[in-house]
Structure formats: C-alpha cells, structure tokens
Design a protein around this ligand. Structure first.
Ligand SMILES: Cc1cc2nc3c(=O)[nH]c(=O)nc-3n(C[C@H](O)[C@H](O)[C@H](O)COP(=O)(O)O)c2cc1C
Ligand SMILES: Nc1ncnc2c1ncn2[C@@H]1O[C@H](COP(=O)(O)OP(=O)(O)OP(=O)(O)O)[C@@H](O)[C@H]1O
Length: 309
C-alpha cells in the first residue's frame, strides 16, 4: 500500500483512473465499510483505490491536544493495508487547506492529482471552505471533469446512525460490546511491550505493559477481558488493566497492562495488538498487594467466563 502522510505533493500513477473515498474515517467503522467496499469492488475492475483522509493536527483552529481518535495514524495504515486498499492519503489539514474553496479541491486534488474516475461519499459529506462542498456540488462538476459520484446512505444499527463520534462516546464509557457492534471489530490498542516495575511476576500475575499514545481515545480506567495478537500471528486471551495502579504506584502514570492466560514467554519489545472485549470493573485502591492479588484472580475468572462462556 502507498501511504501519503502529511504531504501535499501527491501524484497517483494510474492507467484507468482512481476510485476515491472521502472522509475522516476514524475507526473504519461499519458505515465507513460500505464506502470501502465500493473502493475494493472498483479496484477489482482496475481502478486505483484511494482513501483520502486528513491529518487534522496541523490546523490552528482545532485544539489538537484535546482531539482523540479511535485509531492512530499508524493503526489506520495497518487496517487499510489489511483490507487491501491501494493508497491511503492523510492530507495535512492546515489553515490553507481549511480555507480552500470546494471547487478547487475537486479540480486541483480530485482531478489533477488523484485522477478520480469515481468519488465515493456518504450523503452528508461536507468539504472545502466552511464545508460548502457537498454531494450536489460533486455531482454538478462530475460531467465536466469526467468522474462519477457514488453516494452511500448512512448505515444505521438498532436505529442509530453509525458515526465515529458515537463510537468514541461508547468507548469512553467502557461499553466495549456496543462499540464492537458499531465498529465491526473490537476496539483495540497497539504498541511495543515496555518494562514495568516487574512487581506483577512476584505475585504470579506477570503483565505485558504498553504505554498510552497521545491522541488516542482510551476507555474508562479499569479491568477488561481481552484478546491479544502477538507479533508472530498467535492469538491469545487475557485480562487488561488500564489505569494508574493506585495500590502500588507512586508516580500515578497511566499504564496498560495485560496478563495473558497460560503464557510464560519473554515478549519485551514485541508489538502487540490488544482488543478490549468487555469491561469487568473499575480500578480500585486496595489496602495491600495480597488484597489486590485476590481481586485479580477473581477478575480472571470473570474474564474467562465472558470469553469462553
Ligand atoms: C487484572 C488486573 C487488575 C488490576 N487491578 C488493579 C486495581 O484495581 N488497582 C490497582 O491499584 N492496580 C491494579 N492492577 C495493577 C497492578 O497493581 C499491577 O499489575 C502490578 O502492580 C504489577 O505492575 P508491573 O506490571 O509494573 O510490575 C491490576 C492489574 C491487572 C493485571
Ligand atoms: N453510517 C454511515 N453510513 C454510510 N456512510 C457513512 C456513515 N458514516 C460516515 N459515512 C461516510 O463515510 C465518510 C467518512 O465519514 P466521516 O469519518 O467523515 O464521518 P463520521 O463517521 O460520521 O465521523 P464523525 O462522527 O467524526 O463526524 C464520509 O463520506 C461519510 O459521509
């Protein structure tokens, strides 16, 4: 897959033209999937498949420190690659881009740089200065510039429109099963295993620790049943604690710790993908390590029950 990150100089070499899906695509959720299916379908017909999204962190009108996304740029890239998309663009959403007239976006980017034969959007998609660009404008310019517009109706689940905003709310509240329904896969976090205090192994509950990433949304602190994908492709189950470990931690840094069931290998530095399947309980301050350990053992039983039934 070709990945343009934070780069304006895009030039796609394509014989037949491209099929371009437009949007933020945070999460690649069940609604986005309808657009991505169109991209993949037309890729099979010889068009170059492009997911055109933005890197919003370069824009001064947003308070970038407060922006949180379901997937990081790296995770977006990983998922797009897994789906088989040809090109992922994360265009810099700087002040100049925010003030670009929608007609200029069509002519300069969609036509000249991407050679769009098809443009795929949801019914409410807005783009360009003050979001003046919409489906109507895309259709109006289509004849002159020789592309076709595919408009996808908004997908609903249980009568609720699937959106990244709604899914972020579910995640922040720890409603992992519901988030999974709307995403079409469990919420996950990824990263390399770092060294912790190594206290876990002294209480026979060793944990693989990941550091939280700036800009990623995390669910409410607490304990979750989890599924773990190891670097070599193995899939394991376990239990994950997200929090600042008030019982033992003095610096109160937030960590993500996963105890993998029936597993005893050195996986420091390895890249893990940890899917959070189900919230078990909030984090608590215990009177001591033995009380904490007893609770952790009870948590493992609950997690196994939820995972294996
Ligand atoms: C399933 C699980 C539940 C946990 N629950 C709590 C908790 O409620 N309160 C707390 O202070 N720490 C909790 N912890 C964090 C432990 O304090 C931490 O794993 C242990 O101190 C080992 O830390 P280390 O990985 O830095 O060695 C939990 C850890 C796990 C794996
Ligand atoms: N439920 C949906 N069904 C079909 N298409 C959708 C759905 N949600 C979004 N889209 C379309 O997918 C593209 C990317 O969506 P985008 O990420 O911008 O919207 P969103 O998920 O509603 O995000 P947010 O909640 O942050 O506004 C857009 O063209 C949008 O119209």
């Amino acid at each position: 897959m070709q990945h343009y990150f934070n780069q304006k100089d895009i030039q796609i070499n394509t014989e037949k033209g491209s099929v371009v899906a437009l949007g933020k695509f945070d999460g690649f959720h069940q609604g986005h999937k309808l657009l991505l299916d169109e991209v993949l379908r037309l890729q099979k017909d010889g068009y170059t498949g492009v997911v055109f999204t933005f890197d919003i962190r370069k824009n001064s009108i947003f308070d970038v420190d407060k922006l949180q996304s379901i997937i990081t740029s790296e995770e977006k890239c990983m998922l797009a690659e897994q789906m088989g998309i040809d090109v992922l663009v994360e265009y810099p959403f700087d002040d100049a881009f925010a003030s670009m007239e929608p007609e200029a976006f069509v002519t300069d980017i969609l036509v000249k740089r991407l050679h769009a034969g098809y443009v795929v959007v949801g019914t409410d998609y807005g783009f360009g200065k003050k979001k003046r660009g919409n489906v109507e404008l895309l259709r109006k310019m289509a004849g002159e510039y020789g592309y076709q517009v595919i408009v996808i109706e908004k997908k609903k689940i249980h009568d609720v429109i699937v959106s990244s905003t709604y899914i972020r709310m579910l995640i922040s509240e720890g409603k992992m099963e519901e988030a999974e329904t709307f995403l079409g896969r469990p919420y996950f976090l990824s990263g390399h295993v770092v060294h912790g205090r190594e206290l876990g192994r002294t209480i026979q509950v060793p944990t693989a620790n990941l550091l939280p990433k700036h800009g990623k949304i995390y669910p409410v602190t607490g304990v979750y049943a989890s599924r773990i994908h190891l670097e070599d492709g193995r899939v394991c189950y376990g239990i994950t604690n997200i929090g600042d470990n008030p019982t033992v931690n003095t610096d109160r840094r937030v960590t993500i710790e996963t105890h993998i069931f029936d597993f005893d290998e050195d996986i420091y530095e390895q890249k893990l993908v940890v899917e959070l399947l189900s919230f078990i309980r909030g984090e608590q301050k215990f009177s001591g390590v033995s009380e904490l350990k007893a609770q952790m053992l009870a948590d493992m039983e609950v997690a196994k029950q939820r995972i294996f039934g």
